[in-house]
Design a protein around this ligand. Structure first.
Ligand code: PGA
Length: 249
């Protein structure tokens, strides 16, 4: 069955103590919501945030993992290390990683494999930049990211993956995709999955929307038939806003 998932991506925000406080506040307010909720924290917060999670629908996630499994890679954090903190999810291929750290679809495919081998659920991000949308290339761009990043996975492997469609022009800009634009792309992604893995896998895949999702627009976005929750950046840093978004599912 398709899961509804709202994940907060804290990015490089919050000191350890601030992060623990935020996680504790979110944990307190989670109560019977339809969606699973994931807190994707910086690495250093993971094991401490894990300790304050008591609700069965609240999960822990990281924002990245290494494309190497272990060894002399100074500064890297492996999927197995992330798993050992009690995390269950990991964001892979966020547009900020693609743009600032030059992560390619091939590297991301390695990360996805390592995440899956270590029983982490990858949240694989895709999405076009503004000039690509303006040139009418957004479907091609997303198709290529999904094809190269994910479509070498087996049926069984793919069925564990969550996808986040995040138009880059909407991230942190206050300019969200309209519900129609989101629905159009999500339906397109689901069709791609259907072609590759069949109807049942496509129907079960969670496709989140991300990009300036806020309490004021979440309800409309989540009401779209192919939008199965959200990946929330800025608004996940405030407990009120984040919970309001979770409650709008
Ligand atoms: P935003 O970020 O909600 O601040 O636009 C979303 C994301 O980058 O995942």
């Amino acid at each position: 069955m398709r899961k509804l998932i709202v994940a907060g991506n804290w990015k490089m925000n919050k000191t350890l103590q601030e992060g623990i406080d935020l996680a504790r506040a979110v944990n307190e307010k989670i109560n019977g919501q339809k969606a699973l909720v994931v807190l994707c924290t910086p690495f250093i917060h993971l094991s401490e945030v894990k300790k304050v999670i008591t609700k069965s629908s609240l999960f822990l996630g990281a924002q990245n993992c290494s494309s190497k499994s272990a060894g002399a890679y100074t500064g890297e954090t492996s999927a197995s290390m992330i798993k050992s903190t009690g995390a269950d999810y990991v964001i892979i291929g966020h547009s900020e990683r693609r743009a600032y750290f030059k992560e390619t679809d091939k590297t991301l495919n390695n990360k996805i494999r390592l995440a899956l081998e270590n029983e982490l659920i990858p949240i694989y991000c895709c999405g076009e930049v503004l000039p690509e949308r303006e040139a009418g290339k957004h479907f091609d761009v997303v198709q290529s990211q999904i094809n190269e990043g994910l479509f070498s996975l087996s049926n069984k492997e793919f069925s564990k993956v969550v996808i986040a469609y995040e138009p880059v022009w909407a991230i942190g800009t206050g300019l969200n995709a309209t519900p129609e634009q989101a629905q159009e792309m999500h339906a397109y992604i689901r069709d791609l999955i259907d072609d590759k893995y069949g109807k049942s896998v496509a129907g079960d895949t969670t496709i989140q929307y991300g990009g300036s999702c806020k309490p004021a627009n979440a309800k409309e976005l989540f009401a779209q038939p192919d939008v199965d929750g959200g990946l929330i950046g800025g608004a996940s840093l405030s407990e009120e806003d984040f919970i309001a978004i979770v409650n709008s599912i």
